[in-house]
Design a protein around this ligand. Sequence first.
Ligand code: GRF
Length: 196
Amino acid sequence: KRVAIFLSGGGSNMRALVEDMTGDHPARPCLVFSNRADAGGIAWARDRGIPTEVVDHRPFKGDRPAFEAEISARIAPHGPDIICLAGFMRQLTGGFTDLWTGRMINIHPSLLPKYKGLHTHARVLEAGDALHGCTVHEVTAALDDGPILGQATLKVAEGDTPDTLAARVLKLEHRLYPAVLRRFVAGDRTPVLIEG
Ligand code: GRF
């Protein structure tokens, strides 16, 4: 199976996925895609000889379908079977997600369905939740929605700040995402549950 990974930043989740796709793992990374030419993950992928594509979203301002048509045109030659969104910070419309139903997954730093959207760690602290974590789910047209494929949990600690929480959740993401991708590629939809 050929896996395309979409990112907008440093790509630590992409790195975790790439470094797990070795040996008898039935999938391999075929592309790292970003909406930002300066994304750290693009440089890392290039250094590793992994094909990269960049489509800056800004020239398409407001015209999401045109942006998404360009994405489709640029990824097609790489023949991805699966798309992993990994810190990809642009919302995709149903026009794109419908093309990838059952073949596109995303990682989100909260225990969905709680805290969809941004600033999840601050919101968890604000709410005084005892439990936090991350979720991998199938991507649908609705933001941070879709069937849950795995979750990793941790206990919010006394004195946690959004930054300390984000760092601890990120480490769980790096364990959860590769584990979910292995099952997803094998067609196994049994949720992965990790207690951090
Ligand atoms: C992080 O906030 C992570 O929680 C979310 O995307 C952001 C960037 O992650 N999934 P990465 O280091 O670019 O993978």
